[in-house]
Design a protein around this ligand. Structure first.
Ligand SMILES: [Fe+2]
Ligand SMILES: [Fe+2]
Length: 200
């Protein structure tokens, strides 16, 4: 039993093609949600640095990640500012909350699950940001198409990074089995959520 570490192989369900139209129905809501996603990605990386500085390679990898996510935050904020779109308050992210509820409470499972849930969120974000890049390409919004293409590529790298940090914690068989469990749950969670103007 070997785990396929390609982020594109993680997801157990594909977002329907018509998702784009609903996502951009309220562009201000979508961009605000995306802004907060980048913020939470940076905060989550730093929270892992706070909790697990002893895990090999984690501090270096996740401080760089937090730095990169913060730079994404800068990019999204600046596009919003240029377009005169005011950032809104964050609203509860039921997708992330339901996934985080699957993290087992004690270590070493807690660290493993935290890293794997982060990998799934990055992999799903990779899929969704690429759909935004495709959609904005079709609607000829070159700026947002370019932004989402570049941010989508970053999410795929981030998914791989989290998987690589998780892999040494357990045997290959245990890793594959936990990835399969979480993948099944992630697909159920994302499929059950209403489609609105947000990333997930
Ligand atoms: Fe990001
Ligand atoms: Fe990311």
């Amino acid at each position: 039993l070997k785990v396929d570490l390609r982020p594109s192989q993680l997801l157990g369900s594909a977002t329907p093609r018509d998702w784009f139209a609903s996502a951009v129905a309220d562009l201000g809501a979508l961009l605000s949600d995306h802004l907060h996603c980048e913020r939470k990605a940076a905060e989550n990386a730093l929270a892992l640095v706070r909790r697990y500085p002893q895990h090999p390679g984690l501090v270096g990898a996740l401080t760089r990640l937090a730095h990169e996510e913060t730079s994404h935050l800068v990019q999204v904020a600046s596009v919003m500012e240029q377009r005169g779109i005011a950032p809104r308050r964050d609203t509860p992210n039921h997708y992330a909350r339901q996934l985080l509820a699957l993290v087992r409470p004690h270590d070493p499972q807690r660290l493993l699950d935290s890293l794997l849930v982060a990998a799934f969120i990055e992999a799903r974000s990779h899929e969704r940001l690429n759909l935004l890049a495709d959609g904005f390409g079709e609607t000829k919004d070159v700026e947002l198409a370019g932004l989402y293409r570049s941010l989508g590529g970053a999410e795929e790298r981030h998914a791989r990074l989290f998987l690589e940090l998780a892999a040494p914690l357990v045997t290959a068989a245990d890793l594959a089995s936990r990835v399969a469990d979480l993948g099944k749950r992630e697909a159920e969670i994302i499929t059950a959520l209403p489609v609105t103007s947000r990333i997930h």
